[in-house]
Design a binder for this molecule. Structure first.
Ligand code: ZN
Ligand code: ZN
Length: 338
């Protein structure tokens, strides 16, 4: 669109204008500017074996670069230990997810976010609160933002979210959030949950991937949808810089072993950031998925419903065999008596 417009402008211009325009074009930065660099800690707050004896602050705030903040909910405050992201533009800020804890006393999320927001025209910068998906651990903190001025919370149900972002052909199409000098693309990624989206930030070149891709268990609800989402994101990022993939949780240790479900302690935690190679390996991994469990170096594919059903079937088989065995024993004894 921009190029067509420019072409039309050039066709009707004088030579002098053309020369001026050429000078501007050659001195202008490339369309895909280099991402703004940032830093990530090698280790986040990892909770504790005994959280009462050695408590941690509920929220860890890390400045990736001056306009990008990463907030980590302490594993002591919630075993989900969510990562929440705050992106600041010149007109607006975006908060991705509100985490697993509702109580503002236990988890002062809104207070912390407001303190990080800069002022504009003597007021706090307007804030948009969006979610990677509707699971409660990604939106429990919504209520803390509900009554704040200049804060808009995106609906988390599928119809509401589609209408808000203007998706007319879900899960196809990309929506854009203009924060002022910074655009965040919203990419539909259903498969873990039907409302899942990923966010791509053109300032930092980071993909915020929620539960779609993270160093932990990728819980697959709909394998076909998941694979299509993975292909969609791979295609979207083909011609774009990608610095990091940052998800919603860390559930593995550095050796790739998963922590016990519900654990408040993450010793020797895996790094949060994943790379393009982890993403490109995802479509074939989901394609090959046996429907139960598959381990890769940086994530585990699993379908909890299938695993529960398999476990229930195994329990039923064992119970049936036990009942049958007891019945035969009882018959043998009866025969012996008569
Ligand atoms: Zn989830
Ligand atoms: Zn989650």
């Amino acid at each position: 669109m921009r190029i067509d417009g420019l072409h039309r402008f050039v066709s009707g211009s004088s030579d002098a204008t053309l020369l001026t325009l050429a000078a501007i074009l050659f001195s202008a930065p490339p369309a895909l500017a280099e991402p703004v660099p940032g830093s990530l800690p090698a280790q986040w707050n990892i909770g504790a074996e005994d959280c009462t004896a050695s408590p941690e602050p509920p929220l860890q705030v890390h400045t990736y670069e001056p306009q990008t903040f990463i907030l980590r909910q302490s594993p002591c405050a919630t075993f989900e230990a969510n990562f929440i992201y705050l992106l600041i533009g010149s007109d607006k800020a975006l908060l991705i997810d509100t985490g697993a804890v509702a109580d503002p006393q236990a988890m002062p999320l809104a207070k912390t976010v407001l303190e990080l927001l800069p002022d504009k025209d003597d007021k706090k910068l307007p804030l948009l609160v969006a979610h990677t998906h509707r699971h409660l651990d990604h939106r429990a903190g919504d209520a803390q933002f509900a009554s704040l001025p200049s804060v808009q919370v995106v609906p988390y149900d599928l119809d509401g979210l589609r209408a808000f972002f203007g998706f007319t052909n879900w899960p196809n199409g990309i929506a854009h959030i203009d924060l002022g000098g910074r655009t965040v693309d919203v990419i539909p990624t259903p498969g873990h949950n039907q409302t899942h989206v990923a966010f791509y930030d053109d300032r930092t070149g980071i993909l915020f991937s929620g539960d779609f891709l993270l160093p932990g268990r990728l819980l697959i609800e709909d394998a076909g949808g998941y694979r299509e989402s993975a292909v969609r994101v791979v295609d979207f990022l083909k011609a774009r810089p990608l610095t990091h993939i940052l998800g919603g949780h860390i559930e593995l240790n550095a050796a790739g072993r998963a922590y016990r479900f519900g654990s408040h302690y993450h010793p020797d935690e895996h790094r949060l950031e994943l790379a393009r190679a982890d993403l490109t390996a995802l479509p074939p991994a989901v394609q090959r998925f046996n429907g139960f469990y598959a381990r890769y170096p940086n994530y585990i594919l699993t379908n909890p419903i299938h695993n529960i059903l398999a476990l229930l079937s195994a329990v039923l088989v064992v119970l049936s065999l036990a009942v049958f065995g007891l019945y035969r024993l009882w018959r043998r004894r009866r025969r012996r008596r008569t």
